[in-house]
Design a protein. Structure first.
Ligand SMILES: Cc1ncc(COP(=O)(O)O)c(C=O)c1O
Length: 424
C-alpha cells in the first residue's frame, strides 16, 4: 500500500470508493461503541469485589488505636498515610488522605489559592487581575476544565517525548502572572509519556517569578503499568527540596484506577509548610474524610507489594486491549502515513496525531457510525487543538470483541476523513 501523500488523484479516488463502501457497511451495523473515557472495565472492577467483604457489621473497626467510624484524624488514618507514603516514596507526615477523588483535591487546592492565597502568596489569586497557567498539551481535559472554571489564562506548552518543552516553561515561568502548571509526570494523559530525569530536574529547580507558583503534579498513573514491571519514579517533593523549591509542589494520586473510580481514596503530598496551611483551611471545611473507606483500602491493599500484585491483574486485562488498538493502527494506518502515535506501556490512553485538519472530521464520522470518542480538541486548553490533529483513544472500558469493532470504525473513519481532505 502506498502512502496517501504519494498517491495520484486517480489512486486517491479509487481508494475513496473502497473506504467509503466499507464505512457504509460499518455504519449500517448500527453499533453503539465507546472509547471516550478512561474508565476501568467491569472485569477490572470485579477484581476488587473482595474489598467489599472486608468490613461487615461485626468487623473490628479499630485501626491505629482509632475507631474509624468516628470523627477525627483530618489528615487520614496513619496506616493509610503509610501505605501511600510507601507507594509514592515520601514520608507519611507529608501525606494527606482526602475523599473519593483526587480531582476534588486538585480543584480545592486551586480554589483555596483563589480565596485565601497560598502559604506564601502576597494576595489571594481572586484579587489579581490575571492568573496565567502553563498547560502542557495534549493534556488532561479535566485539568483544563478546572483552570477554565477559575478564569485562568491558559498557555499551551507543547509536549515532547521527554515531557513538557522545558525551554519554553523556563521562559514563561519568569512572568510573575504565571502562577502554576499542570503535570501528569508518569504515563501522561493522553500521551503515555514518562517525564525524563532531566525534565524532572529542570521542573524541580524551576526559577519562577511568582513567589506562590504552584506545581500541580498529578501522579494519577503512578503504579499503572500494563506492560512490563513497575517502573520506579523519582519523588518530586525531594527533588524540589534539593533546590529549595519544596513549597512549590503539590503531588496528587488516587486509587480510582486501582480499586473503584468514584469510590476510592485520594491523596495529596506536600511540604510541612503547605501541610500546616492546608490543614488549617481544610479544618474549617470538614471534620474528617471517610476513614471507613480508608480502612477498607488498607486491609485490602496492605502495602506496595499488595498494590503492585493487584496492578498486575489489571495489566492482564488492559494489556491485550492496548495491543488491539496498537495492532490495528499499525496494520491499517501506519502504511498510509496519515497519523502517528505513542506506544505507551502504562496509563489509560493512546494518543493519536492525525495529519493536520482531520481530527474533528474523524470524530464526527466515528460518531455517525456509532462510535463515541473523546472530543477532538479536548486535549488542548479551551478545547482548541491548533492543528486539529490530536485524538485520545481510551481502550479500557469495552470488552475486546467490541474494541476490534471500534477500531475498525475508527481506522475507517480516519482514512475517509484523510481522503476527503486530500481530494477537497
Ligand atoms: C491525569 C488524571 N488525573 C486525575 C484523574 C481523575 O482522578 P480521580 O478519580 O482521582 O479524581 C484522571 C482520570 O482519568 C486522570 O487521567
Amino acid at each position: 500500500m502506498k502512502k496517501y501523500a504519494e498517491m495520484t488523484r486517480e489512486e486517491l479516488q479509487a481508494e475513496l470508493q473502497q473506504v467509503k463502501a466499507r464505512y457504509e457497511e460499518l455504519k449500517a451495523l448500527g453499533q453503539n461503541l465507546n472509547m471516550a473515557r478512561g474508565k476501568p472495565s467491569k472485569a477490572q472492577l470485579d477484581c476488587n469485589g473482595p474489598m467489599m467483604d472486608i468490613l461487615r457489621s461485626d468487623s473490628d473497626y479499630m485501626c491505629d488505636g482509632i475507631d474509624v467510624r468516628n470523627y477525627g484524624n483530618l489528615e487520614g488514618l496513619p496506616s493509610c498515610r503509610r501505605l501511600f507514603a510507601e507507594l509514592l516514596d515520601v514520608q507519611p507526615e507529608n501525606v494527606f488522605i482526602g475523599g473519593t477523588a483526587s480531582l476534588q483535591l486538585m480543584y480545592d487546592t486551586i480554589a483555596k489559592a483563589y480565596t485565601h492565597g497560598r502559604v506564601m502568596s502576597p494576595k489571594p489569586w481572586g484579587k489579581l487581575d490575571r492568573v496565567k497557567w502553563l498547560c502542557p498539551s495534549p493534556g488532561y481535559d479535566r485539568h483544563f476544565g478546572v483552570s477554565e472554571s477559575f478564569g485562568m489564562e491558559m498557555i499551551t506548552v507543547p509536549m515532547t517525548p521527554e515531557g513538557p518543552d522545558m525551554d519554553l516553561v523556563e521562559k514563561l515561568a519568569l512572568d510573575p502572572e504565571v502562577k502554576g502548571m499542570w503535570c501528569v509526570p508518569k504515563y501522561s494523559n493522553p500521551d503515555g509519556i514518562i517525564y525524563s530525569a532531566e525534565t524532572i530536574r529542570r521542573i524541580a529547580s524551576l526559577k519562577h517569578a511568582a513567589p506562590d507558583f504552584l506545581l500541580m503534579w498529578d501522579n494519577a498513573y503512578c503504579v499503572h503499568e500494563f506492560e512490563g514491571d513497575y517502573v520506579p519514579f523519582p519523588d518530586i517533593l525531594k527533588e524540589c527540596a534539593r533546590y529549595g523549591n519544596e513549597d512549590m509542589v503539590f503531588e496528587f494520586a488516587s486509587t480510582s484506577k486501582i480499586t473503584f473510580p468514584g469510590a476510592g481514596i485520594s491523596v495529596f503530598v506536600c511540604s510541612e509548610n503547605n501541610m500546616n496551611y492546608m490543614k488549617k483551611l481544610l479544618n474549617a471545611q470538614i471534620i474528617s474524610y471517610d476513614k471507613v473507606n480508608q480502612l477498607r483500602h488498607v486491609r485490602y491493599l496492605k502495602d506496595k507489594a499488595g498494590v503492585l500484585a493487584l496492578m498486575k491483574r489489571h495489566a492482564a486485562i488492559l494489556g491485550p486491549k492496548f495491543k488491539c488498538v496498537l495492532d490495528n493502527l499499525e496494520r491499517e494506518i501506519a502504511p498510509l502515513g496519515i497519523a502517528s502515535w505513542q506506544k505507551p506501556k502504562g496509563g489509560y490512553f493512546v494518543s493519536v496525531n492525525t495529519m493536520p485538519g482531520i481530527a474533528k472530521a474523524t470524530w464526527r464520522l466515528c460518531k455517525e457510525a456509532g462510535l463515541t470518542m473523546t472530543g477532538a480538541g479536548a486535549t488542548f486548553p479551551y478545547g482548541k487543538d491548533p492543528l486539529d490533529s490530536n485524538m485520545r483513544v481510551a481502550p479500557s472500558l469495552p470488552p475486546i470483541e467490541q474494541l476490534e469493532q471500534a477500531m475498525d470504525i475508527y481506522c475507517t473513519s480516519m482514512k475517509l476523513a484523510a481522503l476527503e481532505k486530500l481530494l477537497a
